[in-house]
Design a binder for this molecule. Sequence first.
Ligand code: SF4
Length: 164
Amino acid sequence: MWKLLLKIFRTGILTEKRDQPLSQTHPPGFGKSLAIRHVDAGSCNGCELELWALENPYYSLSSGGVKFVASPRHADLLLVTGPVTRAMKEALLRTRDAVPGPSRVLAVGDCACNGGIFRESYAVHGGVDAVIPVDHHLPGCPPSPDDLLEAIHQAFGTSPPSSE
Ligand code: SF4
């Protein structure tokens, strides 16, 4: 026990520090916090792995008042990953209809932008804008957490934090 504490004390904190928390400047029409409803329309889960990294202590998306919500009725931004599969088309349409305005749609990853590697599959409709209008596209397979952070802030009209 004492050995472990001594090691912790000697080693200190090794993770890099982001300079400042996320921007607190929220666009007009939105409340004090910004809410994202994520829909996986049929992804391989690669995009989700990068997306969940935003909740770790390094990126700490929620510390700037941006959070993921379970209900589309609480959402300001609909974030969609993956190509839209036939099985998910109806769910995506219903989720979009349940999001109150003003809201925005962000397509994340090559698959959500244009169908990606699944484009030719009989089981998919294609990218998200084959089913619903998209305001912002973030290509990449998968996009990095830094790119995700920037795209989310662009979609909200806020500034991402400095990474230095
Ligand atoms: S863009 Fe790449 S990582 Fe994301 S869902 Fe498609 S194949 Fe998977």
